[in-house]
Design a protein around this ligand. Structure first.
Ligand SMILES: NC(=O)c1ccc[n+]([C@@H]2O[C@H](COP(=O)([O-])OP(=O)(O)OC[C@H]3O[C@@H](n4cnc5c(N)ncnc54)[C@H](OP(=O)(O)O)[C@@H]3O)[C@@H](O)[C@H]2O)c1
Length: 270
């Protein structure tokens, strides 16, 4: 599994399993399947209401906990210093873990995320979590949080795929040593019949999903596709045995339309 080193020296897998919309049992089974197929990272969130399922999957997967990289996120209702500390304990309990690898602020709710960041800094300093970061932060949110931060965010997890390539935000993050991670990398499944991607996929005898995920890796973007189907979890993992050419990367980069499948952080209605 290819890894990237975060600015605090922690190595994080470039590919993980997303588990949004999975029911309890789906989460248990998908986590076990993914780990058996070589995945080492899982991305959940308090709001997904499947942390207990993820925790059970981790317990039953047969791989030592230290070899796994587990991410969860604090939900909007729990943003605040004390609230976030309490939410962290609740998530750990559900996951049956005694530390997290990565804890993220889920959305930049105005007026709330800076207090939550102080809580994440405390958890990090106390070694309850090995890395801390944010999701859905635009440049101005990052500037705002970093203005008073003691510890800079290690990750910004954002919607990113060929129709929303986030070029400027990725450049900004790179210049501040913030690693970008893509959510909805497959556009929630809507990108899989794109003719340009289909043509490139055919050249490599790969699927469109594999081409998109490979595009992430070659752009140094961590990617976390979700699937509950074993054959797709396997397919999404088989992206380290081929390479897109510079011309193919440019063709995919040119597909950007700034088109979202999820909420715009600026307009997010909490
Ligand atoms: N931080 C945030 O605000 C945020 C927001 C959204 C998502 N996320 C994270 O990002 C993860 C991924 O995003 P996502 O779940 O929204 O969407 P996604 O990974 O882009 O797409 C998932 C959809 O594509 C299908 N799929 C997966 N692999 C496929 C393949 N190889 N061929 C055909 N179809 C395939 C899945 O169906 P099946 O399951 O039926 O295979 C599912 O319907 C989430 O699970 C979550 O962990 C974070």
């Amino acid at each position: 599994m290819k890894k990237v080193t975060l600015h605090n020296g922690l190595a994080m897998p470039m590919l993980g399993l997303g588990v949004w919309k999975m029911e309890h049992e789906e989460a248990v089974q998908s986590v076990k399947t993914a780990v058996q197929l070589g995945y080492r990272a899982i991305d959940t969130a308090a709001i997904y209401k499947n942390e207990a399922g993820v925790g059970q999957g981790i317990k039953e997967c047969g791989i030592p906990r230290e070899e796994l990289f587990i991410t969860t996120k604090v939900w909007n209702d729990d943003l605040g210093y004390e609230e976030t500390l309490a939410a962290f304990e609740e998530s750990l309990k559900k996951l049956q873990l005694d530390y997290l690898d990565l804890y993220l602020i889920h959305w930049p709710v105005a007026g709330k995320y800076k207090d939550a960041w102080r809580a994440l800094e405390k958890l990090y300093k106390e070694k309850r979590v090995r890395a801390i970061g944010v999701c859905n932060f635009h440049q101005h949110h990052l500037e705002n949080v970093m203005a008073d931060a003691e510890i800079m965010p290690m990750i910004n997890q954002i919607e990113c795929h060929p129709l929303l390539s986030q070029h400027e935000l990725r450049e900004y993050c790179a210049s501040h040593n913030i690693q970008v991670e893509a959510w909805s990398p497959l556009g929630q499944g809507t990108l899989l019949e794109h003719p340009v991607l289909e043509e490139i996929a055919e050249t490599h005898n790969k699927s469109v999903a594999q081409v998109i995920l490979r595009w992430d890796i070659q752009n140094n973007i961590i990617t976390i596709p979700k699937s509950i189907k074993a054959h797709r979890i396997q397919e999404n993992g088989e992206i380290f045995d081929f390479e897109l050419s510079a011309n193919e990367m440019a063709r995919i980069n040119a597909l950007n339309k700034n088109e979202r499948v999820g909420s715009n952080p600026e307009k997010y209605d909490v």
